[in-house]
Ligand binder design. Structure first.
Ligand SMILES: Nc1nc2c(c(=O)[nH]1)N[C@H]1C(S)=C(S)[C@@H](COP(=O)(O)OP(=O)(O)OC[C@H]3O[C@@H](n4cnc5c(=O)[nH]c(N)nc54)[C@H](O)[C@@H]3O)O[C@H]1N2
Ligand SMILES: Nc1nc2c(c(=O)[nH]1)N[C@H]1C(S)=C(S)[C@@H](COP(=O)(O)OP(=O)(O)OC[C@H]3O[C@@H](n4cnc5c(=O)[nH]c(N)nc54)[C@H](O)[C@@H]3O)O[C@H]1N2
Ligand SMILES: [Mo]
Length: 740
């Protein structure tokens, strides 16, 4: 999120792609409604389903799943044609917009209508409204990401905002509504397989920086791997670990994993039934040697599997039984305080991890980093963990996030403005929750990314200089005069290093400073670079251009590609998917070969959209185990348009089979609804405990069966994974429906 929920109140227009905040962020959605009241802000919702958010919108565009790129190019085409774009912003602060302009020309309103299903007239109407009502904020969530082209979608949306000059503005920006509490923190700390914490990547230099910062021997770290080369390779993803177990057997995707398959799965805080392709997941679970599930509830992976031995359910404590820092969707941090001691025999997640590291023989190395700062004999949990993060993570500017400061913010939360985040009284000069980057222990945080109307000390900055000084002879630095306010350097400038600091900042370092300073701002644990930058009003990461064009990606600019399972075969030929990708996070992944295997739409003519309910969360066990929440939706269901249901002879409330191209099926209750058109259905994914028509509720340990069980929508979500991130295509697929 470049701005914040509160800042949405400053918007004059709000365009929402693939998010349903009225249901999934109902408290945050209050800010959207206030923007409507305060500014008469217009809300535009682009969604294949008429959601509760759409019900509050001024305009609802019923888009076909997976066609947001044509929709946004269609908007851009009109914007460029009418000269509604921000020419100065583009000239000074963007790289590669010419290529976008060329591609946009192809997407006339009529063509957009054909591909997306949104009437040309409506596209023209909403584009004019959005382009003219600045600042406009752009919202997205899972409707853009869960596609084979999800990563292109998430580039396209910021490009639209860059074209309109809506970036770095109050009331503008791209505000991506994140999922769980602290999912931003989990991402920042990298609960992922392709980078070290803080997005440092897996290169040797990063490993060495972390070895030093953690107080462990680099050679020891290296020795944990089978061979050095594996240190630099990404691991499996959550969506595809099962392929690692099945290891190419029975026609499953082949893996590159050093000649061995995965044998053990340790799960801490994922429901497993929330992941696409449940039939494959079941096969993966069944073939494991050992399965460990740490969860406050019975993790329904244990119910799905037929595995009888070596399945361990460890009772985890909840977040109410522990404390520590958590990061919110707008990059702010808060301190969470323990409410009660861990109940019964449950243990907190960190205790489980500490005990495990003792048994596995690396507790000392695991905890060494927490003792480095004051050369301590022992550490205090969790304060020293938070301080360790502050000491090491420079890339996103966490230096200012010390435990003491975070606690002070949380204790004084009433001393901050709800919209701007600015502090009053004792908190003056700081923004609530110290939104990152928070460059130094004195810096007050940066509530609006890329805002050059503020000084760096007051949270201003340009775009990060991350990809060199030039590409193909074109400068990557921002244009003359576009540095943040009150900067000693008025123009674009590179990221700050030991070698260029004196020249860029116009200063001279002392010999002592030169001896202490790190190689560049990312690894400068002395923090001299950041401190000097603050004095001169310079952002340590440089002042560069945002890239509309990424020369290392399969599509340098976002391009439309039909979903792997598309109802429009004519368009599949015109806009085919990517070439198959070998060794994608260790798994050979199919794209065009799957898409062109046959005309899937003949057998499976209906679009399948999955999503959320307000009373349930994720895999849903937590809520289905609550009598009152379960009572609101006691059974798994599928929203179906009465006209479609009528054609199939299915009555409201009748049971029906939903089949997927993967050869799987689920039995669910029909729920008549006009929220979906006749060509698509909507299903929540919060149910588990039944599998392809079989009730498995006898498998729950005595006394643990939730109040509601049912089929998981993920049993029929289709094959398909994003080309960069490998997120499953759970929002674009096909199905066939028949009476049960
Ligand atoms: N009550 C509740 N709240 C939650 C959660 C929960 O499970 N329950 N989960 C949390 C988590 S982890 C997350 S990530 C967020 C997710 O929050 P959201 O992203 O809002 O959640 P979804 O309902 O999955 O999807 C949003 C919308 O995307 C639409 N959509 C599907 N395909 C497309 C498409 O191709 N284009 C467009 N434009 N739209 C499309 C769907 O119809 C749906 O209305 O919610 C968080 N909040
Ligand atoms: N078809 C389809 N599938 C989807 C999606 C979709 O839109 N459509 N959305 C995807 C998205 S965005 C997400 S984020 C995932 C969400 O799916 P999950 O990550 O599975 O989400 P949850 O059910 O919220 O949480 C997982 C587990 O964590 C446990 N838990 C809660 N607190 C703690 C704790 O403190 N410690 C431990 N150890 N465990 C705890 C819960 O009991 C639960 O079993 O689903 C994904 N799957
Ligand atoms: Mo999520």
């Amino acid at each position: 999120m470049t701005n914040s929920l509160g800042d949405i109140q400053n918007a004059k227009a709000i365009i929402i792609f693939g998010a349903n905040p009225a249901v999934n962020h109902p408290v945050g959605f209050g800010h959207f409604l206030k923007a409507k009241e305060r500014n008469n802000a217009k809300i535009i919702v682009v969604d294949p389903v008429f959601t509760k958010t759409a019900a509050k919108a001024d305009h609802y565009c019923r888009i076909r799943p997976g066609t947001d790129i044509p929709f946004m190019y269609g908007m851009l085409n009109l914007i460029f044609q009418n000269g509604w774009h921000d020419k100065k912003f583009i000239a000074d602060r963007v790289y590669g917009m010419e290529d976008i302009m060329e591609e946009a020309k192809k997407w006339t309103p009529e063509k957009v209508e054909d591909v997306t299903g949104v009437p040309a007239e409506q596209l023209i109407q909403i584009t004019r409204l959005y382009a003219k009502s600045t600042p406009g904020t752009l919202i997205w969530a899972m409707g853009l990401t869960q596609h084979t082209i999800g990563s292109s979608n998430t580039r396209m949306a910021p490009i639209l905002q860059l074209a309109l000059g809506n970036m770095g503005e109050e009331g503008g920006g791209t505000n991506i509504l994140r999922g769980h509490d602290n999912v931003q923190g989990a991402t920042d700390m990298c609960c992922l397989s392709h980078t070290l914490p803080g997005y440092y990547g897996l290169a040797d230099g990063s490993w060495k920086y972390f070895a030093k910062s953690w107080g462990v021997d680099y050679e020891w770290l290296k020795g944990r791997f089978r061979a050095k080369e594996w240190m630099n390779k990404p691991g499996f993803t959550l969506s595809r670990w099962w392929a690692g177990v099945l290891d190419g057997k029975d026609g499953n995707d082949k893996v590159t994993n050093g000649g061995t398959n995965l044998k053990m799965l340790f799960v801490m805080g994922n429901g497993i039934t929330s992941v696409a392709q449940q039939a494959k997941i079941k096969e993966g679970l069944d073939n494991l040697e050992m399965l460990v599930l740490c969860d406050p509830f019975v993790n329904e992976a244990a119910i799905l599997t037929d595995k009888q031995d070596d399945v361990f359910i460890l009772p985890s404590a909840t977040q109410f039984e522990t404390s520590g820092s958590v990061t919110a969707t707008n990059r702010t941090v808060q301190w969470r305080t323990k409410v009660v001691e861990p109940m019964y025999e449950s243990k907190t997640d960190h205790e489980v991890m500490f005990e495990l590291s003792k048994r596995l023989g690396f507790y000392e190395q695991f905890t060494a980093g927490m003792k480095i700062k004051d050369n301590k004999k022992d550490f205090t949990w969790p304060e020293d963990a938070t301080n360790e993060i502050a000491r090491i993570i420079k890339t996103i500017g966490l230096t200012g996030w010390t435990a003491d400061r975070i606690k002070k913010h949380t204790e004084n939360w009433h001393m901050f403005d709800q919209i701007s985040g600015r502090g009053y009284g004792a908190m003056k000069g700081e923004y609530y929750g110290l939104p990152w980057p928070c460059w130094t222990e004195k810096h007050g945080g940066s509530p609006i990314l890329y805002n050059i109307n503020r000084s760096v000390v007051d949270g201003g900055m340009g775009f990060r200089n991350r990809f060199g000084l030039e590409h193909n002879g074109v400068s990557q630095l921002a244009g003359a005069g576009s540095a943040p306010k009150a900067s000693s350097n008025k123009d674009g400038y590179p990221e700050i290093t030991r070698d260029n600091i004196e020249a860029v900042l116009g200063i001279t370092l002392t010999a002592d400073e030169k001896a202490k300073i790190g190689k560049n701002w990312k690894v400068d644990t002395s923090n001299i670079i950041a401190e000097k930058c603050m004095e001169r009003g310079i952002a340590p990461y440089g002042n560069a251009r945002a890239r509309a064009k990424v020369w290392t990606f399969p599509d340098q600019i976002p391009m439309h590609r039909e979903p792997l399972h598309s109802p429009r075969q004519d368009l599949v030929k015109q806009y085919p998917s990517y070439a198959d990708k070998a060794n994608h996070y260790r798994v050979d992944t199919k794209y065009v070969s799957k898409q062109s295997e046959k005309d899937w739409s003949k057998e499976f003519p209906i679009n399948l959209v999955t999503g959320r309910l307000v009373n349930m969360n994720g895999a849903g066990m937590e809520n289905r185990a609550s009598k009152y929440l379960a009572a609101l939706t006691p059974e798994m269901f599928c929203e179906i348009n009465p006209n479609l249901a009528g054609k199939l002879g299915i009555r409201d409330g009748a049971m029906m089979w939903v089949h997927s191209p993967e050869g799987t099926k689920i039995k669910v209750k029909a729920k008549y609804s006009f929220s979906v058109s006749e060509d698509r259905v909507f299903m929540p994914f919060h149910f588990a405990g039944a599998f392809q028509g079989e009730d498995m509720s006898h498998k729950y340990p005595a006394g643990t069966k939730p109040y509601a069980t049912g089929e998981s929508a993920n049993t029929i979500t289709n094959y398909g994974y994003d080309i960069i991130t490998q997120i499953p295509e759970t929002k674009g697929g096909l199905c066939r429906i028949e009476m049960a």
